[in-house]
Design a binder for this molecule. Sequence first.
Ligand SMILES: NC(=[NH2+])NCCC[C@H](N)C(=O)O
Ligand SMILES: [Mn+2]
Ligand SMILES: [Mn+2]
Length: 305
Amino acid sequence: MSTVPTISAISVPFDLGAGRRGASKGPKTILQAGLLRGLQQMGITAEHTGEIRLPDDQAAPLAAEVNHTNLKYLAEVVEVNTRLAKEVSRVVQQGHFPLILGGDHSIAIGTIAGLSEHYTNLGVIWIDAHSDLNTAETSPSGNIHGMSLAVSLGMGHPLLTEIQHKQPKIKPENIVLIGSRSLDEGEKKLIRSLGIKCFTMYDIDRKGMAHVMQEAIDYISAKTDGVHLSYDVDSLDPLEAPGTGTTVKGGLHFREAHLAVEMLAEAGIVTSAEFVEVNPLLDDNNKTSHLAVGLISSLLGKQIL
Ligand SMILES: NC(=[NH2+])NCCC[C@H](N)C(=O)O
Ligand SMILES: [Mn+2]
Ligand SMILES: [Mn+2]
């Protein structure tokens, strides 16, 4: 059935980039929801390469010690992403498809850093209620998961932007945001000033998901040599995906979410993906983990008929 390369799933049980704990338990519940078995049933070769985590001696400091900064848990975020970047780079080198299971969205920093070694024009499709384009200066929370896309553009603390190598990892014109509906003032300014392609919920309502995805695919495939899908499950409506830390109402419905990844599968442009912000502690019977498994399967070619 498939021409999909071998999938290497990488778990990143990390949640110190987020304001609430629990996303660190996401990789395990996604795997328990039958991810690998499902892919194997589709005829795909899929392996789990292991977990990227902090060394045991880098136990998280007490929240009180880090909450006075606007870059909470900076050292931990740097460490885990440095490790993740190396692993992602190794998987690409091997010719496999990296599938990163988060974890909060700060792990996109390491994923994209590792990928950027292998592409000169890496495209990024960022499906998210948010744009994660804050810096310490603009962030309302100090949570680094709200900064990861800015970091990948080379903006922010050097310890973050210089992971893997010093250059910016992606270019603004190679990014497409989809599902945006909660943007901070600094983020809006940046989207406008850099001319980042952004399909908000307004655009999805106005044009329909099929139209938006076709535009996004045409836009990005024309100028990139690889496309990374960074999928934050809070892009979905909280009714569909209650198990996530920063829900925003008015999100994607189940069918829109599936259509988006089905169209990406059909276009055959995606070369890596990450699914982040599944928080089983906030979930309803692991509904959000099962949803993630369904979306990953659709992305990798599962069809209704
Ligand atoms: N990956 C996420 N869920 N990010 C949420 C970010 C929320 C908000 N914009 C902030 O910077 O704090
Ligand atoms: Mn996000
Ligand atoms: Mn989000």
